[in-house]
Design a protein around this ligand. Sequence first.
Ligand SMILES: Nc1ncnc2c1ncn2[C@@H]1O[C@H](COP(=O)(O)OP(=O)(O)O)[C@@H](O)[C@H]1O
Ligand SMILES: [Mg+2]
Length: 304
Amino acid sequence: MHVIALATSVTDLKNDDDMPLLLAACEELGVPTEVCAWDDPGVDWSRYAHVVLRSTWNYIECREEFLAWAERVAATTNLVNPLSVVRWASDKHYLADLAARGVPVVPSRFVEPGEDARAALRDFLATNGQAAELVVKPTVGSYSKNVKRFAGTAEDEATEHIVRLLEQNRSVILQPYLSSVDQVGETNLTYFDRVYSHAIRKSALLMSDGTVNGPTPDFRAARVADADEQAVALAILDATADHLGLGRPLLYGRVDLIRGNDGRPMLLELDICEPSLSFPFCDGGAMRFARVLGQLLQSQESGA
Ligand SMILES: Nc1ncnc2c1ncn2[C@@H]1O[C@H](COP(=O)(O)OP(=O)(O)O)[C@@H](O)[C@H]1O
Ligand SMILES: [Mg+2]
């Protein structure tokens, strides 16, 4: 049966504001799709020609279980993006791999379970010019969960948060807080098949009083990505394809960039697993995605 499964989760579908627009675009183009939850044990994934990851967002609480599911799906049908991408991109350690390939990445100091949190923090501050403010976040996470902003002088508070995450057996990233986000926000660029589709501006989510905003519609707005942002995003997608030895461009991907203190765009997050694509904020994004999904089905039918 030549149908594409769009994978969500039992609890996340209601928050997926891309899905209705994507379904409408697929229907208009005659691309057969069904929405299925990865955590619904009743789904027979082998019935589908392709399983395309969409809003499987609850996996951050059970990544191993999710990867085991992805492995089972990839063994019976075509998982999109592929399993190697899902494994690599669902843990922000990928930032180190990309930095090693020479693309600009927000300076990141990783702290692993078992390490001394305070010593790691002091080391980070010493190598980052005693950053006035820093961000502490888990390597596996989304929706700003457990992401916190601290003053560089708030050593005790920052250490406490790092320790709390390490004790949950999570790896941690320390980054300087890039204050350009307060003026110009971050830019999320969406690509289909290596072709730029659209971008949004996301306003700063970490407030100086310690409160954190969700990336809800109030914080997103359409924008055209600048030429330097598009160049960096493409370099990041190409470095990723190289790193993972992918034979073809990623079907979909979102590159989140933030400008450093020198004004240059740097990678904050690469979402090529289950990105929210902000379709309600752009013209034609859902249709462009539906088109590459249609091509995917066609290439399979023609045996390409
Ligand atoms: N180094 C940083 N400088 C400034 N803001 C940051 C930094 N890191 C994260 N943030 C803010 O926190 C939000 C969530 O962090 P992010 O790295 O995107 O993780 P998540 O996977 O939870 O979305 C970002 O959208 C941004 O507003
Ligand atoms: Mg993010």
